[in-house]
Structures are given as C-alpha cells and as structure tokens.
Ligand binder design. Sequence first.
Ligand SMILES: N[C@@H](CCC(=O)N[C@@H](CS)C(=O)NCC(=O)O)C(=O)O
Length: 249
Amino acid sequence: MTERNDVRYELYYWPGIQGRGEFVRLAFEEADVPYVDVARLPRAEGGGVHAMQEFLNGERGGLAPLAPPFLRVGDLVLAQTAAILQYLGPRLGLVPDDDASRLHAHQLQLTIADLVDEAHDTHHPIGTNLYYEDQKPEAKRRARSFVGERMPKFLGYFERTLGRDGASGAQYLFGPHLSYVDLSLFQIVAGLRYAFPKAMARLEPSIPRTVAVHDRIAARPRIGAYLASPRRLPFNEQGIFRRYPELDQ
Ligand SMILES: N[C@@H](CCC(=O)N[C@@H](CS)C(=O)NCC(=O)O)C(=O)O
C-alpha cells in the first residue's frame, strides 16, 4: 500500500552529488511522496552535512550508519541503498506484492550496488581516501577492464533479465509494473553515459531493452519534471559517475 503525507521521510546524503542518494531520490520522485533531503537544507533549518555527521558519529544513539545514504523515518534509521529501497518499495508502491518478486527486486538492486561499486572503483582503484590524481595509472587499468568486460557483463545481465521467459515484450523488469529497480537501472544508464560516453555508444546497440527502460522512465511525467528541476543535481567529478575522458577507452 502506498503511504503518502502522513509519514515524514528524511534522506541523509552528501548535498553536492547525485551519488548513491540518487537511487533513493528517484523512488520518492516517481511515487510523488514528499521527502526531506536533510543535508541540502541550510544548517539554520536543521540541515547541512553536520546533521548527517551526528548520525554517522553515533551521537544520535541507536544503530549508527557507516556511510550515507541513510533514511530516517520516526525512530528508524536505515542505511545501505538496497536496504533503503527494500523498505521503501512496498510503501511507495514500487515493487510487486508477491514475495518472490520482492526478493528478486532486492537481488537485482544488490547487483546494481555491485555495479555502482565497480564504477566508483574505476576512478578510485587503490583508495577511496586518496585523490584520483594519486591513482591515475591504476585507474586507467581498472577502467579498461571495467569498460571492456564488467560493464558489458552487468548490462548484458540486465538485458537478458528483461528478456527472460514470460517477460518478453515487458515494459519493465517485473513486466508492466514499474519497480524501484527500473528507476535504478535508468540511473545506471544515465550515469554510465555521462562517465563513459564512447564506451556506452558502442555497447548500447547490444542492450536495446535496457535502453528502452531508460527512455521510458525518462519520459514518465514525474521523473521528467524531476530531471528538469533544480532538485536533480548535475553529474560532476565528485560523484560516482565521473567524466574523465582518459578512462573512456
Ligand atoms: N554499500 C553502501 C555504500 C555506501 C557508501 O559507500 N557511501 C559513500 C557515499 S556514496 C560514502 O560516503 N562513503 C564513506 C565511507 O565509506 O567512508 C550503499 O550502497 O549504500
């Protein structure tokens, strides 16, 4: 069942990037359910990175998250993008009702999380705490493997999943029912197009169903309005998907 105005959803994520927070934002935007993007609010309104840091430092009690994004709903504070979406899916009407579909949605979202980690590691193959400039040769090697093998493997997997038995002609990963995983797949295509435009241009003819899901989602009225709004931060070189032409071979 979809919950709407009676619940206050607070998303905590770095304010200047789409990053992993974007997978959660897209779910709220498509469902048209209000959420507070806390760290993007001014500190005077209880926002800023400081508000997020209090949870990460364990100053707010309870089970502290290791890293953003995390969601706060009343007393519940929940981290890990895939876990957040697993929680929100049924509440926002973004996953089918049956157990098998919900488990499979979570499975697919965890696979997306793996892909996101690997995309991140193309520019940070040695250490997340080091600058890109301090790991450029390793980044180049890592990106070659990502672009040549891993990106086609992951996107080929989603392409086959969209074309699996019983799903042929399906609009989305779970047939006609749009799920939070489709929204994340949209973000993956958008992000990889930003980071690796040449590699994606070569790969896209082999993944037509995946590209069609991306295009269908971009054309959905609420997502279209979101993408055109200032709430959608532009891709940049602080996020997960970064455009470093030397890595797009
Ligand atoms: N597996 C986690 C990864 C969380 C994560 O790596 N968050 C990044 C931002 S996108 C971060 O701030 N990490 C800080 C750190 O790992 O120290 C998820 O999918 O949510």
